[in-house]
Design a binder for this molecule. Structure first.
Ligand SMILES: [Ca+2]
Ligand SMILES: [Ca+2]
Ligand SMILES: [Ca+2]
Length: 183
């Protein structure tokens, strides 16, 4: 598997997680559903829920601006992959939005506010957004690179950046959506 194939596989996995209706299209409604699922399932307070809402709205606008080349309000997987391949994620502002999303998710996952994510907290969130439980445990174990049983902010952010950009199947973040296809 080539480097690009691994990135494409990660992008396809990311796409599948966000395509809540499984219709092969990302739309504003998919992103809204993620925010609603997390807010309801975790009984998020106003601060967390709003941060998640703002981050997902910014994220969707960014994805759509870069990828919805036929301007029909929906992004297909080929459109998504083409936009990343064209280098939209080489721009610093791309990762500033991704980091805003990470921060909002991290705060929502860290329900006891101790600054790190426990396995239970991680499982609760990933379940809330309907990600397969087997994937959840695998992802957590890989993200916890220092093996202390929790995922720190630095571990989380590094993992998400891997997921977007790494060409190494062993990189912790490439496991975020489960087993990388080449392993
Ligand atoms: Ca489109
Ligand atoms: Ca915590
Ligand atoms: Ca750790």
């Amino acid at each position: 598997m080539s480097d690009d194939d691994l990135i494409d596989a990660n992008l396809a996995a990311q796409f599948a997680i966000h395509d809540t209706t499984g219709d092969g299209l990302l739309t504003a409604a998919d992103f809204q559903r993620h925010v609603d699922w997390a807010t309801t399932a975790l009984s998020l307070d106003e601060r967390r829920s709003q941060a998640l809402q703002d981050a997902y709205t910014a994220w969707w606008h960014q994805i759509r601006a870069g990828a919805d080349t036929d301007a029909d309000g929906a992004v297909t997987l080929p459109e998504y992959i083409a936009s990343i391949r064209s280098g939209v994620n080489d721009r610093p502002e791309y990762f500033s939005v991704v980091d805003q999303v990470c921060r909002a998710i991290f705060q929502s996952v860290d329900t006891d506010d101790d600054g790190s994510i426990s396995a239970a907290e991680f499982a609760r969130y990933w379940t809330a957004v309907k990600i397969d439980p087997d994937t959840t445990r695998t992802a957590f174990d890989h993200l916890d690179t220092d093996g202390d049983g929790t995922v720190s902010w630095a571990e989380f952010l590094a993992g998400v950046h891997d997921f977007f950009t790494s060409t190494d199947p062993d990189a912790p973040g490439t496991w975020l959506a489960g087993r990388p296809p080449s392993v």
